[in-house]
Design a protein around this ligand. Structure first.
Ligand code: NDP
Length: 204
């Protein structure tokens, strides 16, 4: 099998690319969450699985009843973890712990069989380190409907780095997803005071 692609998936407030506030998401966007679930779970080949790699703080931001994320191989990185990559049992499911982001990305394809894609799901510290390792970024570009309602943010992507390393791909978005992923008819979604669209960026 070919090496799984590494894909960062993130929702950010444009243009400053804010992604979080006070350890949480700055918004509640149901259709965005449904897109995230479909994209990270869906596979082209039956019997394959994707991995979701996240920082310890993002793991802690997921309500306990929703973690680990079902149908995906969950990896949580923390410098407090004792091993490069080791499975553990959490809430009757397997969660992999790693003390090194780069090593876990190297080891995952060897340790987990039938791995299709590796999704990097945040947060800020993790995206900053994977911008040189990711093949693609899936960026949900979020804008407030009313400029007066920009939410406060304390965690960001670096827009300069994103735009210098990646370019937006307007053509191949549909083909990028397996058939389980249902994209909206209209490119822009309006929800909860925000307007957003799903964009694919590929490495330059
Ligand atoms: P992260 O989720 O990026 O986690 C940071 C932690 O990951 C560190 O404290 C450390 O854990 C561990 N870590 C970082 N680098 C490494 C490494 N190289 N090797 C091993 N462990 C490592 O935290 P952030 O605060 O940056 O981001 C969280 C924020 O992002 C929240 O507000 C969250 O809601 C938001 N978010 C937004 C998303 C979006 O799409 N808008 C998606 C995901 C999160 P330790 O301290 O234990 O050593």
């Amino acid at each position: 099998a070919s090496k799984p692609s590494i894909i960062s998936i993130v929702a950010c407030l444009m243009p400053e690319m804010g992604i979080g506030y006070n350890g949480k998401l700055p918004w509640r966007l149901k259709q965005e969450m449904a897109y995230f679930r479909q994209v990270t779970t869906g596979t082209f080949s039956s019997g394959a699985q994707n991995a979701v790699v996240m920082g310890r703080k993002t793991w802690e931001s997921i309500p306990p009843k929703f973690r680990p994320l079902p149908g995906r191989v969950n990896i949580v990185v923390s410098r407090q973890h004792g091993e490069e990559l080791a499975p553990t049992t959490f809430a009757n499911s397997t969660v992999w712990l790693s003390d090194s982001l780069t090593r876990c990305l190297e080891l995952l394809p060897e340790r987990v069989s039938n791995l299709e894609r590796i999704y990097v799901i945040g947060g800020g510290e993790i995206y900053a380190q994977t911008s040189i390792l990711s093949d693609y970024m899936l960026i949900t570009e979020v804008r407030p409907e009313d400029e007066a309602n920009r939410p406060p943010m304390d965690t960001f992507l670096d827009p300069g780095i994103v735009h210098s390393r990646f370019e937006r791909d307007f053509d191949n978005v549909k083909d990028f997803f397996p058939s389980q992923v249902v994209l909206p008819e209209e490119p822009q979604i309006h929800e909860n005071g925000y307007c957003y669209e799903f964009a694919l960026y590929k490495r330059r």
